[in-house]
Design a protein around this ligand. Structure first.
Ligand code: SAH
Ligand code: SF4
Length: 359
């Protein structure tokens, strides 16, 4: 594994700083970015309009690399999940979801990619496969971007919608995330609009504060999953450190001045958070935050005790939220049959490797 930094992990600002330091102009930086992102070359030699000395300089300081895809799982609904191997052997999973039909009935061109931000996760939510093995490490900017590049080779299409809902807590890897966001949104990068990017957080308040100060209009989803401290404490250790009395004001701070509403993600887990009373607590928080609610009937994880409520129970929960005039959707995980809740594929693979079972 070469230690040179990846060219695909350089923000425009960083590349420009490097080139000006070496006596090159801004125009050269633009040419290089054009080769990398528009023309998608994978060698410096291919950048034929650059002087040889510049090509050599780039090759001495940077390299190209797209992470290797080691497993692809397709499902009947065309969602595909894949495991990517990073250069240190770490396994990371991403999900690609082409939307066939848009809400207005027209065929949509949307290609959504769910990316991971860390290998594993330190937050240890009790229902989640990603947290089961703890945090191995942060993903680098290049590895976050690498998932997009690898996915595009599978999809044979450009990804135009990105959700940070894979493994890991993106806001606890803020610096690498911020550089990745620059590259993803830049006109001289992947050029995906900020409004087509969603960051999901379990409620890591220090990271939310940084995101509140971040200038771009990235969408925010909050994995609430419980609308009282009692429920959240039971399933999400993060709540012990940053309870609702801190999380809600941090979300208000994020909303202020940006004219955007967060989405509250709420997994429905049988007998944990699915009662009419839970629905009314959720409505209260959603009203206060002017938030939308996205209900997700729980996907069972092997080795964990949690169960999905009956369809009827899920529907009546949704109806209660809807009656309170909160915009609500209920999404049965696409690709339930391929362990689509992120973290499950890697968990299984790591278990196969170690011959272990989850706690
Ligand atoms: N760490 C961030 C980003 C990961 S998003 C966060 O928690 O928000 C992954 C989403 O999938 C989260 O909303 C998470 O709570 C949810 N999830 C985890 N395990 C799940 C399961 N078994 N079934 C359904 N959703 C699950
Ligand atoms: Fe980590 Fe999110 Fe899973 Fe919680 S739900 S363990 S924060 S990935």
């Amino acid at each position: 594994m070469s230690s040179l930094p990846l060219i695909t992990a350089q923000t425009e600002e960083k590349l420009l700083a490097f080139l000006t330091e070496h006596g090159h102009t801004k125009f050269r930086a633009q040419q290089v970015l054009d080769w990398v992102w528009r023309k998608r070359v994978t060698t410096f030699d291919a950048m034929i309009n650059l002087p040889p000395a510049l090509k050599n300089l780039l090759a001495e300081h940077f390299r190209f690399h797209t992470p290797e895809i080691v497993e692809i799982h397709g499902s009947a609904d065309t969602t595909r999940k894949f495991l990517t191997k990073m250069e240190d052997g770490s396994l990371v999973e991403s999900v690609i979801i082409p939307a066939a039909v848009a809400e207005n009935g027209e065929k949509s061109e949307r290609v959504t990619l769910c990316v991971s931000s860390q290998v594993g996760c330190a937050f240890g939510c009790k229902f989640c496969a990603s947290g089961l093995l703890g945090l191995k490490r942060h993903l680098t900017t290049g590895e976050i971007i690498g998932q997009i590049l690898s996915a595009e080779t599978i999809a044979e299409k450009r990804v135009n919608n990105i959700v940070f809902m894979g493994m890991g807590e993106p806001l606890s890897n803020f610096d690498n995330l911020a550089d990745a966001l620059e590259i993803i949104t830049s006109h001289r990068g992947l050029e995906i609009g900020a409004r087509h990017i969603t960051i999901s957080t379990s409620g890591f308040v220090p990271g939310l504060k940084k995101l509140a100060a971040y200038p771009r209009q990235i969408r925010l989803a909050v994995s609430l999953h419980g609308a009282t401290d009692e429920v959240r404490d039971q399933i999400m250790p993060v709540n012990k450190k940053w309870p609702l009395s801190q999380l809600i004001p941090a979300l208000e701070e994020w909303s202020r001045g940006r004219n955007q509403m967060p989405t509250l993600e709420y997994i429905l887990i049988r007998d944990i958070n699915d009662s009419p009373k839970d629905a009314s607590h959720l409505v209260r928080i959603a009203k206060r935050l002017h938030a939308k609610v996205n209900l997700i009937p729980y996907n069972t994880v092997e080795g964990l005790p949690w169960k999905r409520p009956s369809e009827e129970r899920c529907r009546s929960f949704r109806d209660a939220v809807h009656k309170a005039r909160i915009p609500v959707t209920m999404r049965y995980e696409k690709g339930h049959d391929i362990n689509a809740a992120c973290g499950q594929l890697r968990l299984r693979k790591e278990q196969e490797k170690n011959g272990s079972t989850p706690r």
